[in-house]
Structure formats: C-alpha cells, structure tokens
Design a protein around this ligand. Structure first.
Ligand SMILES: Nc1nc2c(c(=O)[nH]1)N[C@H]1C(S)=C(S)[C@@H](COP(=O)(O)O)O[C@H]1N2
Ligand SMILES: [Mo]
Length: 426
C-alpha cells in the first residue's frame, strides 16, 4: 500500500484526499497530493495487455484488423498531451452536508487534481478502428451512439466498472479525450489506472475509467451502476425512499460546473490581527472553468460574523437552507458593494497564453488564485469572520451563488465560504 499523507475516507477500496493547503501548493498536482477515488480494488492487468475496441451496433462494424491495441501500438499514434483537472463529482460534498445531510463519502475540497497527461487521442484510435464522426453524421447515426469504457474490476455496487459518453461528446474536436499512458511526464501509476486510462477533460472524474480494458460503441448508455444509479443530480425533494424512482429517469451527470474554493486559510484557522496599519489575510485557492472556458477573475471578500438574516429563495425547495450559516453568508455577500471585493491574482501555470488569445482557447487545467484581503473594515473586537469567493469566466458567466442541495451531494459549486477566527491580545 501507499504511504499516504492524506485524509483517508476509506482504506479498502482506497479513497483519500490531500489537505487543501497541500493541494494548492503546486500548479501541477504532485503524486503525493493527488486524491484517490476507487469503487473497488486496484486492478492488475496482464503483461500481454491489449485494449479491445468493438461495436455492438447492428450495421456498424469496426475494422477486424484494428480491434485490439497493445501498449506498443498505442504508443505509435501521435502523442497528445494536456493539463487537465480531474474532479470527483462528490468534491465539496462536506460543504453541502452543512446545509442538510447528504449520502456518500464526505469529501472535503481536495477530491480533484490538476495533472499533465499524455497518450493517444481517442478520436485517432477510433478512426483507425473504423469509427469516424463524419461518416456517422452522414448516416444520421452519430447522435444515437455512445462510447463505453470498461474495466473488469469487481466494484462495491457492480461486477465491473464502466462509463459511457455520448459519441459526439467523446469525439468533440474541441475536447481532447485521451487514452492516457503518462501522468505528469512519467508512466501512469497503478493507483491511477496503469497501463491505460481514459482522461475526459471537463467531465466528472467518474467517466475517466482507470485500468481500461474495453471500448465498445453501443446505441444506448452504459448499464453500469455508476452511470445509471449514481452520479446524477437528484431534485431537492428526493429522499432515500424515493431516490431510486428518480434515478431511473434522470440524465447522467457529465459536465462539471464553474467552481472555485478557498484552500488556505483552512476552515476555522486562527488568524493574527497584526498591529500594522493595514493588516491583511492571505488567501489561496483554486478555480475551475466549465466546458473548457477559461477563468477571467476570482473575487474575495471578508464578511464579519454573524451576518444579518436574509430571506432565502432556496428555502422553498430545501427549508433547512433558511437558517444555514454558510448559505446565509453567501446571501449576505451577494449584497456587498463592489468595493468590498478584492480581485485575486490568477496563476494559469507556466504555459498559459495571455489576453485575447486566452479568451478564445479552451483551458482544461485549473487557475490558482491568491489575494491579500484587508481586515480594516472589520470591527476591532471581531472574533469571527467568513472569507467568501466566487469565480467568473471568459464568457462573463459567474459561479452560481448556491448549488441546489441534492441527496447524493454531487456537483457542489456554491460560492466558497471559509470561517476564520481572530486571535486577540488580552
Ligand atoms: N476502473 C475504475 N475507474 C475509475 C474509478 C473506479 O473506481 N474504477 N473511479 C472513478 C472516479 S469516481 C473518479 S473521481 C476518478 C478518480 O481518479 P483517481 O483515483 O486517479 O484520482 O477515477 C474514475 N475511474
Ligand atoms: Mo468520482
């Protein structure tokens, strides 16, 4: 087993996340700070491993000469690389549970990583197997098809691990879906799916299947538990008793929403109010765009606690929100004048392009942010305050103030709220 300096949510299968401060200490997440999300034990694939590619759609056959690919064959395709976030849909679930209890592993804010991956493009490999989007479009078939990724791993809720993407999403020319054999410029490790995993930028981590053994084209979605009965956004009124009925009808979750989270200071940190004339608190965190749209800004404010009570438009659906402190802090922050917000400095990593170019380009990696937030507006005897942050993207979209509470606690993307305390000299 690994010698992990992470918060372990379960030993077997291994589920663990680094501390928020360790997470944002590097632009590219080092192995020691890369979270682990497993629904079953790691898989040992045979040394004569080969990836199977097939179709079970009548009238759509793959080329029998190209239905199986060894690692050596995959390495001969043009090598593509990208920096992308891989985020578990349950990231920040703990925060949603403060509003009302959710089901599932209680992830903090570190169930995501920002890594450099390299491998063959799914598009190139499928094309060699005879599956091309242009041909399927001509036949009017493309929109009915799904690409399935499977691993014969015995999981907690199913006899294999599988996921599927609509074919159009999997072959989208703007979204490079990789058959990755390298991570952070080194061979992919067993923990993260060696010898081969799918990496789908912008999409919840659950679809980036590790220990990938089979790709199949089908005219329906994956039947796997993790596609059909998990990773869906339940309506606020769903209960443990009614959820199965809802799950049958709801679409699978794919795209990850625009998001940001303050990682440093940590929750309930005690901050010194220095005697300097303009004391500040240093804030650091991550922001992630949706659908590859780059982050344009992150704003941070400091709100003295307690906040006055605001009527909540969300309480009709989830009454518990009316008196929930994080929610009330968000509502209050939304009433602050623009001068109350500090625009954070952004770090897109070493290769980011600037200005206009950036607005046009897709960006799958995260944007780290940092800010020095003045304490001056705070009453001198304040003992508690909340740091609040939200991100905007290059299309002018603003991160949602409040994600609708859902029983499975997925796709949490509310404004970030972190409570801090002040040390007072007695
Ligand atoms: N075969 C397999 N692939 C899998 C999983 C799994 O349990 N088995 N977990 C998925 C989920 S839910 C996530 S969030 C990511 C986590 O990737 P990581 O463990 O490399 O960080 O892998 C995905 N791929
Ligand atoms: Mo996940």
């Amino acid at each position: 087993m690994l010698d992990l300096d992470q918060r372990v949510l379960s030993d077997s299968p291994l589920n663990a996340e680094p501390s928020p401060a360790a997470l944002v200490a590097h632009f590219l997440t080092p192995p020691a700070a890369t979270f682990h999300r497993n629904h079953g034990p790691w898989l040992d694939l045979a040394p004569d491993y080969a990836l199977d590619v097939s179709s079970d759609v009548p009238g759509l056959d793959t080329d029998p000469a190209h239905s199986s690919f060894t690692c050596a064959q995959l390495a001969r395709f043009p090598k593509h690389s990208l920096v992308t976030v891989l985020a578990c849909a349950g990231n920040r679930r703990q925060k949603m549970s403060l509003e009302k209890e959710t089901e599932g592993l209680q992830w903090g804010k570190s169930a995501l990583s920002n890594s450099h991956f390299a491998g063959a493009l799914l598009r190139d490999v499928l094309a060699q197997a005879g599956i091309k989007l242009d041909d399927l479009d001509k036949d009017g078939k493309a929109d009915k098809l799904h690409v399935h990724f499977e691993s014969r791993q015995t999981c907690e809720e199913d006899s294999y691990y599988g996921a599927s993407l609509p074919l159009r999403m999997a072959l989208d020319p703007e979204r490079p879906v990789l058959l990755a054999y390298e991570m952070n410029r080194a061979p992919l490790t067993k923990a993260h799916g060696a010898p081969l995993r799918i990496v789908v930028p912008g999409i919840i981590g659950a679809r980036s299947v590790k220990w990938l053994e089979r790709i199949i084209i089908r005219d329906k979605e994956s039947d796997c538990f993790y596609q059909q009965r998990d990773y869906k956004i339940l309506p606020p009124d769903a209960t443990p008793a009614t959820k199965e009925e809802h799950l049958k009808r709801l679409p699978a979750l794919h795209e990850f929403p625009l998001n940001c989270e303050i990682c440093d200071p940590v929750e309930d940190a005690v901050v010194e109010r220095s005697s300097s004339s303009s004391p500040t608190v240093r804030v650091k965190g991550y922001s992630v765009g949706s659908k590859g749209v780059p982050i344009a800004s992150v704003h941070v404010a400091l709100v003295p606690l307690p906040v006055p009570h605001h009527d909540s438009p969300y309480a009709a659906a989830t009454p518990e929100l009316a008196d929930c402190e994080v929610h009330q802090v968000r509502l209050h922050a939304a009433t602050l004048p623009s001068e109350a917000w500090v625009e954070a400095e952004l770090d897109d990593g070493p290769d980011a392009s600037a200005g206009e170019e950036k607005e046009k380009k897709k960006q799958w990696g995260w944007t780290l942010f940092s800010a020095a937030v003045p304490l001056a507006a705070l009453p001198a005897d304040a003992r508690e305050a909340a740091l609040v942050a939200y991100a905007t993207d290059a299309n002018g979209e603003r991160q949602e103030l409040q994600t609708h509470w859902n029983l499975r606690g997925v796709a949490e993307a509310s404004w970030s709220v972190v409570k801090i305390k002040f040390a007072h000299e007695e």
